[in-house]
Structure formats: structure tokens, C-alpha cells
Design a protein around this ligand. Sequence first.
Ligand SMILES: Nc1nc2c(ncn2[C@@H]2O[C@H](COP(=O)(O)OP(=O)(O)OP(=O)(O)O)[C@@H](O)[C@H]2O)c(=O)[nH]1
Length: 347
Amino acid sequence: GIRGCGKNSNHVKPRILLMGLRRSGKSSIQKVVFHKMSPNETLFLESTNKICREDVSSSSFVSFQIWDFPGQIDFFDPTFDYEMIFRGTGALIFVIDSQDDYVEALSRLHLTVTRAYKVNPDINFEVFIHKVDGLSDDHKIEKQRDIHKRANDDLADAGLERIHLSFYLTSIYDHSIFEAFSKVVQKLIPQLPTLENLLNIFISNSGIEKAFLFDVVSKIYIATDSSPVDMQTYELCCDMIDVVIDISCIYGEGGLPYDKESMAIIHLNNTTVMYLKEVTKFLAVVCFLRKESFERKGLIDYNFHCFKNAIQEVFDVRVKVQQNRKLLSQRRWSKLSMTNGTLSNPH
Ligand SMILES: Nc1nc2c(ncn2[C@@H]2O[C@H](COP(=O)(O)OP(=O)(O)OP(=O)(O)O)[C@@H](O)[C@H]2O)c(=O)[nH]1
């Protein structure tokens, strides 16, 4: 696995904030993406009344926090230290209920974004136009265009057109929520270009058409090769992971449902093969390839072995960099206290 990664990444955990009006769907998103709750069960979720901090690092590769705010926050409430919160935030997801009137949501979005930007201009602002399951395709595009325009007009009016907002159409009833979350998380992974590059090399040398690197627990893909992603392919991958984990839970001989031995092959029709293999404790690669290419499975497995080692190195470097940083700051710290010592005890 990624040795020591969980322990060492503690102090660089990118934090994701989940915000939006009451009943916009924040808790549902969190439960569906990270707790395997089925979308229908969210109908019975109770309203959130406090800020919930949840750490999803223990079970998943992606170590970040979701702060599920109750619908309305009063920025003028002195007990609410929004500065401290925004300072440590990597991405702010603002959820807008597309089935509801969104005038109030837009003004709330504007207020939140401008406040947050003042404290921390490096935050990624991500707007989820949510609950689009009830809308036709034309309607979806129209909603997105309208919300996009109004939100950016508001920013322009305030002289803040440099603030960039990204928009996603989401629903918990299909895979769009996982796909949107994947994109949000990917922006927070500094090794992304390296991971993409490794995937490109791996697939071009193995006759693979498409490969995804998945966080198994959340089904977020943290990287893919540079060919375009199509939604159906992504959905198939999610389904494959579910099948593998479910079968393993039901028929596995005790132990964890996902481990070093985990791998699966699915022949889709007579032309395409899906191949899943374990990369680390949290990550798996899912590949799509033609049946002919799969005849050279030995080559693919050898290339996979090299790919896996390279991934390991990427994360080992990350751990080392973090350790060095820690060491360096400890040294500075001890120098500082030594100087202080001589100053206060001059003998
Ligand atoms: N149709 C549809 N309904 C959704 C979707 N996501 C959430 N909902 C429903 O929206 C309602 C409110 O969801 P919550 O997750 O409780 O909303 P919240 O933003 O956490 O609400 P507060 O805790 O009050 O701030 C629930 O009945 C969900 O079932 C979606 O994608 N589509």
C-alpha cells in the first residue's frame, strides 16, 4: 500500500466545503458518494442543524473533509469564524437546487464566493446545479446557461470577474454526481499530470483503449489517460467496482473485500474486455480493451507491474517531501528557541 501515507498527509489535507441553501441536497450528496447510501433513502434525511465535519481519509485515498453546513449561515455571526474555515479550504462546492426557484440561491452564492475569495483567492469555486434528474436535456442546458450567466453577471457588477466559477449538472440518481466530484477532487491532486502521463504510457504500450485510476470506496476516478471520457464508460467502471466488491463481500473468505489479490475480468460483448486490478490499498485501475489486445495479457500484466511501481514512487516522493518539510520547520523552530534561549539567559 502507500506506506505511511495516511499518517503523513494529515497536515496537508485539502479541504472541500459543501455549502448551499436548505434542502438543496448537500447531505444526500455526501451520503451517496461516500457512504453508499441509495438515492431513495435520502428522502428521509433530516435537516442538518450544525456544521458537520467529516474526514473521509481513513477509508479512501482522497483525504479531504466535507463540511456540511446547515442551509443558512450568518456571516455576521461573531461565533462563526468563516475566515479560519475559508483559509484552509481547497474547493468550495455550492449546491443549487435546479428544481426550485434559484434567485435566493444565486444571491447566497455571490455572497459566499466573494467572502471566501477575500480570505483565500486560491479556493476553487465549484457550482453544482443539482437535482437535474427531473429535467429534459434541453431544459438542463438552458438552466446551466441561465445560472452561469446570472452568477457571472453578479460578479462582473461587483468588479470581480477574475473569480472563476465552474459549473456541473448533477443528480444523485445517476453517475453525474460521481463524475462531478471526480473533477473537483482531481483539481486538488498535485500529482495529477504525472498520474495522467503514467496512464498514457501504460495504455499505449499495452494496446488498451481507456484506463481509469479509481478510488475504490468513493468510485471517484482520480485520474485517467488523456483521451476523452464518455459517461457510459465511466458508469460501466462504477458498476464493475460494485460487482467486484459485492461478490467479494458475499463470497470472500473473510478478510477485506478489496486487497492485493483483487482483480477481475469482464467480457462485455465479443469485442470489448474490462480489466480491473489492484494498485494500492485504496486504488484500482479499470481498463477497456479490445479482445485481440487481451490475447497479450502477459505483456499487459508486465506493463501493469511497471505502472504500479511508478505510482508507488510518485506517492513515496510525496511522503518524503512532506517529511522533509516537517523536519525543516522543526529545525527552524529549534533554532528559533535556541536564539530566544541565549537572549533571555545571557551567560
Ligand atoms: N430529485 C432529486 N432529489 C434530491 C437530489 N439530491 C437530494 N435530493 C432530495 O432533496 C431533499 C433534501 O436533501 P438534503 O440532503 O437533506 O439537503 P441538505 O442540503 O443537506 O439540507 P439541510 O440539511 O436542510 O441544509 C431530500 O429529500 C433528498 O432526497 C437529487 O439529485 N435529485
